[in-house]
Design a protein around this ligand. Sequence first.
Ligand SMILES: Cc1cc2nc3c(=O)[nH]c(=O)nc-3n(C[C@H](O)[C@H](O)[C@H](O)COP(=O)(O)O)c2cc1C
Length: 260
Amino acid sequence: MEISKVTEVFFSPTYSTERIVRLIGEAWEETHQEIDLSRIPKEGEVHEFGAQDLVIFGVPSYGGRVPAPAAERFRNLKGQKTPIILLTAFGNRDYDDTLLEMKDLAEEQGFVPAAAVAAAAEHSIMRQYAEGRPDSRDKSELTDFAVKIREKIEQTEDTERVSELSVKGNRPYREYNGVPMKPSAGKQCKKCGLCARLCPAGAIPAEHPEETVKKMCISCMRCIAVCPEHARSISRPMLLAASMKLKKECSERKRNELII
Ligand SMILES: Cc1cc2nc3c(=O)[nH]c(=O)nc-3n(C[C@H](O)[C@H](O)[C@H](O)COP(=O)(O)O)c2cc1C
């Protein structure tokens, strides 16, 4: 298949998924564009793709699932037998049904999954898990994955001939009801409003950026990552309790997976 444009599509509250999607995208020298699903879309926003496009779609795994706003916003993308690479970043626990849910979503929207990647990345809540990943070893492995994917796509005559991608997971997908840790602002908050502008869920009121609308918050940690005053945080006792609970499952280095 001849690819003329590569589009990097990502939902990436704390930016590691975005970085990994870009790293994979570096294997193509063609024109690039990006669609940031962490942004609240404009009314009626639709993006259409053809058979000469390649889409690289990345999301973090939340509770082993695609984050709900990412799934909803991805539905604004329409492919026409467009090849797509599915990528999930996971915080050293597991990605469970994330790639299967991405594959189903992609196919429903007219894309043809050509490859999938699960990449271990620093846990955005309990940052001691997979701390510092992707590291240099991961980066060279992911770069090699990207070359293999490019070769597969180049060698395939057209998307009709891409064989069914087999990713792990179950249907119905795992149930995910969110996590109870919702960031709040401390005394250092200068009400600059940056967090409110960048919150992927619209859970921080622009007029009162020191507040969080708890029922809208998806615990993605974007506000903590972007606050220039380091004024936002989650409850320490809750963080410690969650860390203890996941210690056994998350401590060992998990490998990156390439499915092709
Ligand atoms: C609400 C929430 C739920 C998460 N659930 C999981 C999980 O089930 N398994 C896992 O390995 N990592 C989990 N993580 C960690 C993220 O998948 C991981 O840190 C990812 O790299 C974050 O991507 P980002 O930097 O693009 O936001 C979760 C993180 C958050 C914020």
